[in-house]
Design a protein around this ligand. Sequence first.
Ligand code: ATP
Ligand code: MG
Length: 493
Amino acid sequence: MSSLKSSPIPLFKMKMQEKGMIKDIKEIIVRIEGLPTCLNGQIVNLGDDVKGIIMGFDQDDVLALALGDPRKLKMGREITGVSEPFKIPVSDSMMGRMITALGEPCDNGEPIVATDHIPVFKDSMPITSRARIDEYLPIGTKIVDIFTPISKGQRQLILGDRMTGKTSVAIDAVVNQKGRNVTCIYCCVGKSLSALEKLVGTFNRAGALDHTLLIVATDSAPVGEQYIVPFAAASIAEYLATKGRDVLVVFDDLTKHAWSYRQLSLLLERPPGREAYPGDIFYVQTQLMERAGKFDKKVGGGSVTFLGIAETQQGDLTGYIPSNLSSMCDGQVYLSSVIFSEGFRPAIDITISLSIVGGRTQPQVLKKLSSTLRSDFAKYNEIVKLSKLSSGLSGEAERLVRKGEVTRSVLQQGELEPSPLAANVMLLWAIEKGFLVGKDDDYKKAFVKDIYPFAEQHAQRLIDAINETQDLTVDVSQGLEKLMADYFASLGG
Ligand code: ATP
Ligand code: MG
């Protein structure tokens, strides 16, 4: 090397650059002549600080999506192609910030000093870099943690009609990661500015911004940014995972992402297919969803968990985009507008919510205590519907109704009231042992609200034992029995 450095012959670094010409501009789609070897997803310099991403080709031309103000572009302008993929800047200290799909801060804060630049469109991690999904990720919503548990590295879909509480479940999941060493990325696609402001305010009040990055493309952002933003979020998550971090990404929501791709495709003059979506919408969204996973130690050992939100129309789970997304995920949490209108919150329909991989990592104690609860609760709901027609119940039906009434009260949960593991265990114990049977609503509500704080005061050892063993050991069972006896004695009953 030293001999080269001191070589009397000057060494030149050669750089190849391809040329092309802007042939046509249609809104944000630029048709380019030339650039013979460019590839899909590469970046191209369209002049005047406007960059473009190659989005496809036709017989003679290259089609690029303009990122930036397309009014600055001029037809006939000579442009240069850069043979590198579209990248965004990242840094290890982005938590608490809000950035755009292009990685630029949009919260009036200090500029972010990039430690690296990462490609946005890339293949997912190969199978050889993946590890077994073996860790539980509690999200604080009782119904989800008990019936459809989520694991680190899983993809879970939250779906339901408009205004059924989808965002609220996702917000609670992010807030619940406080102090748990899980980094969160909240990716907003096509949200209104006011909804975004409300979201930031909620995170701020809940103290969740220290572990959360917001990456946003609002409904007023260019449609290209709305299409890119989930991919950018996935890339940042992968980057953090390769540094060993566990990352939870929320996509709010993927239906709007599909809309943005449909809009782009229509501008690209691709033939519309079912529900006017282009034929490759499934391919585009799977490319995104398959980037979740738990990764091997040799690539950092972190994990990327996806919570994707999708909107249904009038409860139709067979809609094109919701059914596509369901098939790409490892489970779904379905929020029903009927349950919502009955006043039950969160309005999750446990009969059609499921988690394929979560059961593997769920703490034994929850598994043991809830083994018959789902089917008993489903039967209770059926009996309630039927018993409106008949009068008088007996035997097994009577038992199911009594248990169901208690379960219904215990599973209700307000917003921003995450429930820890030990609290869930205490509530399940009370249901299984029938402590709340026949009690009025206020009594049950008070129990749900007070039992965990009571245990923190009088039975911290029990809470520690539940968290450590995560099993229904003899010690834990005896501790729970004593706790309940002490609690009910404290009420004087
Ligand atoms: P959109 O379709 O507009 O995105 P969404 O399905 O995300 O709506 P949210 O915005 O989360 O629904 O919630 C709808 C309404 O229900 C809000 O007013 C919210 O405050 C209320 N809500 C949601 N979950 C709960 C809960 N657990 N307890 C009380 N209110 C709730
Ligand atoms: Mg929402």
